[in-house]
Design a protein around this ligand. Structure first.
Ligand SMILES: [Zn+2]
Length: 307
């Protein structure tokens, strides 16, 4: 099991069957098929009332969502065992969704529920939410600027019948890195962070850049350090709306920082002992780091254990 939230999607995406209309039609009506329901970007969650037990994705049957199919996006996610999973977005539907028919269910922001559901459910929701967002924000062709896009391949592709452009769901790569010099790592603080929170550095990849180029550029821009080597660690899908966080360690050739105050208002070099004190709530400066659902947290923990 991967410890990283949003990174444990158990579905077989069955990409070879997305464009098979007959297969999709039969699949949709299969008794075992289930639907992950979204409204206004939020998934429908069955909230656990038992202390200590997980909330779960509410999986609707075909009968429960059939009235909405005509005017909602219906997106094929994949299969797990014999069950097919679709996402359905009710935001654009004119029909009322009767929530009283679903006791203990609520549309909940994914960020606030991610730590209370199983790792597999976070993985399914990461895929579903990014697909829902992409489908609902790509309505018209941006190339010929005149046509409405047509959704094909069970929601995994859009085409313009006017200029024949094909569009696929986008993923935006972000590098997130921990600069390291000798036995310390550097954490930085953006102005928008809550008071006393420090984290790894981060930035979007730019066109034509490798992961290594982006790490070297971002570290130089944000804290003025020269990176001498980059070590890829792991990735995390981040469905707000569709990023891929690429987490790396990077060695620097010194520890003298020159902060870009527009981006980073403060930075601090910390040893493993300093981080241990932060984890047990005994940091002298009351510094804290992002929670476990953030890949920055996992990157910092990985460095603490990587002696
Ligand atoms: Zn077009």
């Amino acid at each position: 099991m991967n410890k990283i939230i949003f990174a444990n999607n158990p579905l077989d995406r069955m990409s070879g069957f997305r464009s098979d209309k007959d297969w999709q039609k039969a699949n949709l009506l299969d008794n075992e098929t289930r639907f992950v329901v979204f409204h206004s970007g939020k998934p429908l969650i069955h909230v656990s009332s038992e202390p200590g037990s997980n909330s779960t994705i509410f999986l609707a049957t075909y009968d429960q969502i059939k009235n909405f199919i005509e005017d909602a996006y219906l997106l094929f996610l994949g299969k797990l065992k014999n069950k097919s999973y679709y996402a359905i977005d009710l935001s654009k539907s004119n029909k009322d969704f009767d929530k009283t028919a679903f006791p203990n269910c609520k549309f909940i922001d994914l960020r606030s529920i991610a730590q209370s559901i199983s790792p597999e459910d976070t993985g399914i929701l990461a895929q579903a939410k990014s697909m829902v967002e992409w489908n609902s924000s790509n309505i018209f062709c941006t190339r010929c600027e005149s046509s409405r896009l047509e959704t094909v391949d069970a929601g995994c592709k859009k085409i313009c019948k006017n200029c024949n452009v094909e569009l696929f769901p986008r993923v935006d790569p972000v590098v997130i890195m921990l600069p390291i010099f000798k036995d310390k790592c550097l954490l930085g603080r953006q102005k928008i962070f809550p008071p006393r929170m420090f984290s790894a550095l981060a930035g979007f990849l730019e066109p034509g850049e490798t992961i290594e180029d982006a790490v070297i550029r971002e570290v130089k821009e944000e804290v003025g350090l020269n990176v001498t080597s980059v070590e890829y660690k792991f990735t995390q899908p981040w469905p707000f709306p569709s990023q891929l966080m690429i987490a790396c360690f990077c060695q620097t050739d010194g520890d003298t920082t020159d902060l870009d105050q527009d981006e980073i208002e403060d930075a601090v070099w910390l040893s493993r002992e300093d981080l241990n004190r932060i984890f047990v709530g005994k940091s002298p400066d009351r510094i804290w780091i992002p929670p476990a659902m953030a890949v920055a947290h996992q990157l910092i923990v990985a460095w603490m254990h990587n002696k």
